[in-house]
Design a protein around this ligand. Structure first.
Ligand code: ASP
Ligand code: MG
Length: 410
């Protein structure tokens, strides 16, 4: 008998039929003797609908009232799911965030969970019932309702699992696991049996949006075994673990992530003297623009070129700032482009294998793809290339690093 925390996302509870299907699924776990705590999202589209209602009144709603509003979606689904279970003869109790004691800080719309009371949940579990908790919401020390940021029900699930020391946190969603890359770009992408937290964080921050990033951080910190699976299709999903668990073949590269949301700015001919980098990037960060990759060329004539990337949404703003800075610095020219993208290979196996970077560059060179910037970390290599080559690059790398499905017979 195990204690599972299961989280069902908006699509999984998007209609009465789906809610009934979730209840059937829960019943089979319950019948098998497992204890269940279930976190649910609002019905799909509901949170967006509520946000649109607020926007109909004002462009900048009060964050506290926003949380009172958007937290209602989850209150609907917990009650309906409890009813569906009761109809099946199972004792079930729904709880909103405050009822179950999910204490957060007071950062409305992006609150962080600080503490969860488990006594109330234990009572229901001990009596043989199923606990159903509203995802995405909590309460601060002044009894204000708070929410955890979009996609926050994932974090509710993980936090409940951590607080209850559950055997596993299972995130049921509309995809059947985490893939080696986006299957829409590479049809041969494979579902990973498992991936480490470290890898998952790199992939999530690079735009693989299966889980809210914060939930992965949380699970890593509290060592909660986390599994992503489909609520519509049978399967093992993908297990996110602390360590690679000695599988038969650990690929050097686990996955390829990419991000189209990039722009690049180059300042040419700046004097190569101490303090230049900070004089260029200082004003950019003062304007709250996050800089990602930074490349400074070697100088030969006492001047150098300086290139960095920013989020595409910040491109115009950064360019304006740089045009001002470049006058002060006597730079020759400021230029930029926003038709670039970033492609990253991620894998803990990289640590023990030399030559991953050179192989990656060779694969791109063979496809005649020019690399505009490179960064590396212990488990990741990222390159910036023209956006028009994104699909080609990801496909070629996916094949070259042996990630394509159906390489094994049987
Ligand atoms: N309903 C919230 C959202 O749409 C939270 C969640 O589903 O995770 O962002
Ligand atoms: Mg989600």
């Amino acid at each position: 008998m195990a204690l599972y925390v299961q989280k069902y996302g908006g699509t999984s509870v998007g209609s009465i039929e789906r809610i009934e299907a979730v209840a059937d699924k829960l019943k089979s776990f319950h019948d098998a003797g497992h204890q269940l705590v279930v976190a649910v999202s609002a019905m799909s589209g509901e949170t967006n609908r509520l946000i649109a209602l607020a926007k109909g009144i004002t462009e900048s709603p009060d964050p506290r009232e926003m949380d009172v509003l958007v937290s209602t979606g989850e209150q609907v689904t917990i009650a309906l799911l409890a009813m569906a279970l009761q109809k099946r003869g199972i004792m079930a109790r729904s709880f909103t965030g405050w009822q179950v004691g999910i204490k957060t800080d007071s950062a409305f719309m992006k609150a962080r969970i600080e503490d969860i009371e488990t006594d109330g949940m234990r009572k229901v579990l001990d009596a043989g019932g199923i606990v159903i908790v509203a995802g995405f919401q909590g309460i601060d020390s002044d009894n204000n309702i708070t929410t955890l940021g979009r996609g926050g029900s994932d974090t509710t699930g993980v936090a409940l699992a951590a607080a209850l020391k559950a055997d596993e946190c299972q995130i049921y969603t509309d995809v059947d696991g985490v893939y080696t890359t986006d299957p829409r770009v590479v049809p041969a992408a494979r579902r990973m049996e498992q991936v480490t937290f470290e890898e998952m964080l790199e992939m999530a921050s690079l735009g693989s949006k299966v889980l809210q990033i914060r939930s992965v951080e949380f699970a890593g910190k509290y060592k909660v075994p986390l599994r992503v699976l489909s609520s519509l299709k049978e399967g093992n999903g993908t297990l996110i673990t602390m360590e690679e668990m000695g599988s038969v073949e650990n690929p050097v590269i686990s996955g390829i992530a990419f991000n189209r949301d990039e722009a690049k700015i180059t300042v040419k001919g700046v004097p190569d003297i101490p303090g230049v980098a900070s004089r260029i990037l200082g004003p950019v960060s003062d304007a709250n623009v996050e800089v990602d990759m930074i490349v400074q060329n070697v100088s030969d004539d006492g001047t150098t070129d300086f290139t960095f990337t920013v989020n595409r949404g910040d491109y115009k703003k950064a360019l304006t700032i740089l045009n001002n800075v470049s006058n002060e610095l006597n730079a020759r020219e400021v230029s930029g482009t926003d038709d670039i993208c970033k492609v990253s290979m991620v894998g803990v196996g990289m640590r023990s294998h030399a030559g991953v970077a050179s192989k990656m560059f060779k694969v791109l060179a063979d496809e005649n793809i020019n690399i505009l910037a490179i960064t590396t970390s212990e488990i990741k290599i990222s390159v910036v290339i023209a956006e028009k080559y994104l699909e080609l690059a990801v496909r070629a790398l996916h094949t070259a690093f042996g990630l394509d499905a159906e390489t094994v017979t049987g």
